[in-house]
Every structure is written in C-alpha cells, then in structure tokens.
Design a protein around this ligand. Structure first.
Ligand code: SF4
Ligand code: MG
Length: 331
C-alpha cells in the first residue's frame, strides 16, 4: 500500500542543563494512505516528540540529530527533517497537508478570538477564498462534526463551549483543509468516557469519508483496539513492535506489549488493582544499555539483553519485533 509518510531511523535529543534526553532514539515507521496507525506506549516514551518532529514544532531544547521523515506531497517526496522549521515550505504543509489535534482543546484555541475566526484564519492562510466563503466552509465543517447550532457556535469564544464541543471544533479545524495526514495526540484523554467514545466514533467516520491517514497517539490499548488498523508500540524512544491490530492483540510478541495488554481492565473481571508493569521506568538521563526494557522484563537474558541492542526482526509479514527472543543473537 502507498506510504504517505516514512520515518527512517529518527533520533531526537533534548539538550537540557541536567543532561541529554534521547527522547526518540532510532525510530522507523511508515504510515500508509487511508490507515489509522496507533502509536501506543506509556507517557514519556517519545510518542508526542515523534509527532512534533513530523510538523517541526519541537521545543527549543530539542534537536533532530539524525534520520529522515519523508512525506509524499502530491507525489513529491519531501524530507521534513531537513526543512527549516520556520520556513515557508513546512508552514505551508502544516494545517494544509498535515494537521494535528491535541489532548487539551482549550490550549489549542486562543481565548481572545471566536472559534469561527480561528478556523477561518486557517482556511484563509492556505487557500485563496473570500471571507464569506471561508465562513461558509467553517459552518459546514462544524455541522459535519455534529455541533448543534453551528451558525451560532461559529461566533462563540472557546470558554463558552464544553471540552467535548471544543474538541469537535478542533477536529473540524484540523479536517477543514482535507489533510493527507492527521496527527492526533491523545485526542480524547482529557474527556470523560462517554464523550470520548463519541469523539472517537466521529474521527473514524471523518477518516473514512476523507480517506485521510491518522497517526493516533495514545497510552490506551482500548482506544487502539477500537480505532487502529495497525499498531506501533513504543518504549523509551524505540518502536519495539509493529503489527496489524488483530494480529497484535492475538499474538503479542514483545514482553512490553504483553505487559501493556495485561494491564487493560477486562469487562466483567473485578480487579482490586489494575495490573501495572513491574519495575521502574528508567531515568531518562541515564537509559539502560542493550535492550531498554531489560530492567523490567520477565524474560531478561543476562549477558545479552543488557549488553546488546536487539535488532528488529520481521517474524511474519507485517509483524516486526525488537527483542532477542525472536532472533538476532540468541543462542
Ligand atoms: Fe526482554 Fe531481552 Fe527481549 Fe529486551 S531483548 S524485551 S530484555 S527478552
Ligand atoms: Mg505525550
């Protein structure tokens, strides 16, 4: 299937006074046309940094140290990692070809302008249309994301809307230019469970209609199961397993993926405590040698896992895992 984005061996480091944090440390990832790729892992594992690297909206202390982020824009391959983050090309791509929705809708809208004005601005920035036409399109998009009284909401300020409504507005804004790729970073984490389900359903409907690709970042395996076509599991700056969603849930290979799946609460099973993954998340300034999961892994092999970094092995077509249990130098 055609790829819209190919990340190759991406490394993004943060240079802080306390030391260097290797937030993304050799990530390779493809996003195919029209698919939802779930990027899953605990907080702090580098998921958001990966997304911010694509749009080149990293914090000042972060740098892309190496790697490629090849985006296919109207058939032309562009390495986003090489672009000037302030330059015209990436600014043109942002919003128009690749857009992003964030966890906190309140933080993505300016409090001093109406929702409609902010959505119109995005359209006017990228397309040569009149203000009236832009406004008409905003109202149409608000209706598409099932906002009641769209004609009124267009003139409302963010604080006048609930979190769920604002999140719908943000999705409308992100989709209004029909982007090739939508980056959704924990889009429903801040919302309560019922609203969360509605928003996810809405995103899936729009994705089908627009045939866009979505990189869906989440720490929630339940959200992945509901939404994703394929899944990439991330741990401390590495992708440790990639597979189609059914395959991953049926046949999880990496000990970390297995632990993540065990931590999902099962319906009908009463647990006094959610099973958590044993061991501590390592100090980000001082990452483990070898396999980064080795201090938490039940299958740890001394002298191997703590010494060498496991290679990525394709166990069956489309199912890749980065662990010595499945090849590499085990013997
Ligand atoms: Fe565990 Fe070793 Fe596999 Fe890492 S490489 S996940 S430590 S078995
Ligand atoms: Mg994050």
């Amino acid at each position: 299937m055609e790829k819209v984005l190919e990340i190759r061996n991406l490394r993004v480091y943060f240079y802080l006074t306390e030391g260097t944090v290797k937030a993304v440390d050799g990530v390779s990832l493809d996003i195919r046309r029209g698919e939802i790729l779930g990027l899953v892992g605990e907080s702090g594992c580098g998921k958001s940094v990966t997304a911010q690297s694509i749009l080149r909206i990293l914090p000042e202390s972060a740098r892309i140290v190496s790697g490629e982020i090849v985006f296919s824009r109207n058939g032309k391959a562009i390495d986003l990692a090489k672009l000037d983050p302030e330059g015209e090309e990436i600014r043109d791509i942002r919003g128009k070809n690749i857009s992003m929705i964030f966890q906190e809708p309140m933080a993505s809208f300016s409090p001093v302008y109406t929702v409609g004005a902010q959505m119109m601005e995005a359209i006017l920035l990228h397309e040569n249309v009149s203000k009236e036409e832009a406004r008409r399109r905003v109202v149409e998009m608000l209706k598409k994301v099932k906002i009641p009284n769209a004609e009124k909401v267009v003139d409302m300020y963010p604080f006048e809307l609930s979190g769920g409504m604002l999140q719908r507005c943000m999705i409308a804004m992100a989709m209004s230019l029909n982007p090739t790729l939508l980056l959704a970073d924990e889009p429903t984490t801040a919302l309560d469970v019922t609203i969360q389900a509605q928003i996810l359903y809405l995103m899936k409907e729009l994705q089908k209609e627009y045939k866009s690709s979505i990189l869906l970042i989440t720490h929630d395996m339940g959200v992945v199961a509901q939404m994703a076509d394929r899944v990439a599991v991330m741990y401390l700056g590495n992708i440790v397993e990639t597979a189609e969603v059914f395959e991953l849930f049926k046949n999880p290979l990496h000990p970390y993926t297995q632990a993540l799946l065990r931590s999902i609460p099962k319906i009908g099973v009463r647990k006094t405590r959610l099973e958590t993954i044993r061991g501590m998340v390592p100090d980000p300034y001082n990452l483990p040698t070898g396999c980064k999961f080795h201090n938490r892994c039940e299958r740890f092999m001394k002298g191997l896992c703590d010494v060498k970094e496991p290679p990525e092995v394709e166990v069956m077509p489309g199912h890749k895992v980065k662990c010595f249990l499945y090849g590499g130098e085990k013997e």
